[in-house]
Design a protein around this ligand. Structure first.
Ligand code: DCP
Length: 218
């Protein structure tokens, strides 16, 4: 019996590095009736009233990380608070990974000042205290930075052309710090899936774990 057969609705957040395979996971489960899939709003970040904030952030992170992450936080809050239409919601990332993985890394690497970091943190804390940001399960696609880099190069997203391996390694570390070493609170149990398999084998990994995922358990 899964959430598809009960009256309890659940939200599953899929987390993992850039290029870890989150979209493949979501596209796979989107085929199941009763599952609502919400992709990350990358297109919104690329066009905020005509401004490509994703490109600005990659071209000059010191100047634009704060503006970019402020907008990411807003768009994630919008998704979290949208009325759920199906018994199971699957969403790409969450307001948590934006803060605990990306903002932390930008601050640690010197691309975000202390003042910018605390302003974003105050906003984040206020949101958690005053809004319903519910997650029942985190699926963590743990993929090595080298594999992520290969996939990023294959898909050729214009803004990501110059992402160095160091950046993927740093983001891998912040995901590990949060989801494995629990440096920050995890809002739900974490199911870890090995994301290093070749694409055709990933579908078997998803299917082996389908029942747990649809139950919202790790
Ligand atoms: N991004 C960011 N800060 C965030 C969230 C995302 O800088 N808080 C950036 C990193 C990527 C782009 O946005 O350049 C999309 O990132 P994701 O890893 O979330 O999505 P992908 O499409 O890369 O995921 P996957 O390849 O796993 O499907």
């Amino acid at each position: 019996m899964t959430a598809l057969h009960s009256s309890r609705s659940i939200t599953v957040a899929i987390e993992g590095n850039i290029g870890s395979g989150k979209t493949t996971f979501l596209d796979h489960f989107a085929k199941t009736k009763g599952i609502e899939v919400i992709q990350e709003p990358v297109d919104m970040w690329r066009n905020v009233r005509g401004h490509n904030t994703l490109a600005l952030m990659y071209s000059d992170p010191k100047r634009w990380s704060f503006a970019f992450q402020s907008y990411v936080q807003l768009t994630m809050l919008d998704i979290h608070t949208r009325k759920q239409k199906s018994l199971i919601r699957m969403m790409e990332r969450s307001i948590y990974s934006a803060k605990y993985c990306f903002v932390e890394n930008m601050h640690e690497s010197g691309n975000m000042t202390d003042a910018e970091y605390v302003v974003l943190t105050e906003w984040f804390n206020w949101i958690l205290a005053n809004q319903k940001v519910q997650i029942d399960l985190i699926v963590y696609l743990k993929t090595s930075p080298e594999v992520c880099q290969q996939r990023i190069q294959q898909r050729c997203r214009e803004e990501e052309k110059a992402i160095p391996l160091d950046y993927l390694q740093a983001l891998h570390n912040t995901h590990e710090d949060w989801l494995t070493h629990k440096k920050f609170p995890t809002p739900a149990p974490v199911l870890v899936l090995d994301g290093d398999h070749k694409l055709s084998d990933m579908y078997s990994v998803f299917e082996e774990n389908r029942h747990k995922i649809l139950l919202g358990q790790n």
